[in-house]
Design a protein around this ligand. Sequence first.
Ligand SMILES: [Zn+2]
Length: 381
Amino acid sequence: MFETPSKKDICNGKISDHCNLLSLLTLEKIHKENSIICLEAHVSNFPNEIEKAHFFGLHDFIRLLKGKDVQVYSIEPGHEFFENEPVINLIGYAKDLAMIKSTLTGILAFHSTVVTKCAHLKKIAGNKPIYFFGLRKLHPSHIMQYLEATYAGGFEINATDLAKQIDPNLEISDCQEHVSNIIADDLIESWRAFIKISEQYGGIYIVLDNFSDTVTEAKFAIEKFKHEIKGFLVDTSRTRRGDIVQILKELKWYLNLYSKKEVKIGLTGGVDSNIIKNTKDILSSFGVGLNIVSGYIFDFSFQIVEVDSKPKSKIGVFPGRKNVYYCKNCGKRDVDIDRDVYKKMCCNNEMEKLLKIVDLTSTKENIDYIMESRNYILSLV
Ligand SMILES: [Zn+2]
């Protein structure tokens, strides 16, 4: 296994494309390394099905830029952005920004993509929790970044002890997996053992879909354990699924029939937006992994839009330092030039500038940025 890059290496520009170094060497040759540039981050093309995205990653920017002579303007963590809207402007020496441009772009692309995917599913799920079960789909070196982004996006992350590094207040809990049920000589014996340890170790629901049909096993478990059953985790194999929504409705029907309405049902495996939409009224929670770690990525780019305070950019990029102007009254958004004395009006009010100066000396912790994003996204649910 290769070494995971250290925070120090990342901040010192070691995680760079070779073209970054070639740019720096060229700037030095032409004596332009001390030019003041404005770099603007935006996404010019959203993936087909996506209209609205959520921004995240500012906390990593602050760690990277601390101590550098750079001004940062940014939108708020977790807040929306649209195609071609600037989300961050960086103003500083070309020599300071050249070597970290790729790193900064990667941070934005990663964090905003994961947070947007989570926010999308969470808005559909409403008040039903979605647990991040993606640890087993990832290289372990990247797990902390996924945990912070999914938590910022409104997911629950307490199905791994690692979550405590992000939020020490979290209580760790998880459902049963199939392992002990398969190894045991008797399924009942394994379920019983799990139920007995559950309180002490944060185990919540026993898992169904071991050796028989979902509903058959649930009926069997209720007959054996009666009031001891708090919940079931449904993890039906793809080959046995047929109509998973109908299976879950049937399971719920039996729970009502047996006067076990309080028994909760969690679902994992292949959970997507359609399944959440069609089952959120009968389920208590969802487990999502693959859906978050696969699929589209926002194609962020950092483009030069100003050189020594003059608008300048490559062809296809609108030159000039911009802001997103927002009308609190009618919700109108407009991308326009940002100048200190420049005001835009809408509905008889001055429009708010969504990119605001960031205090790089702030003592805020990572968890503060994560919670700002999380609270904002949960407020939309
Ligand atoms: Zn307006």
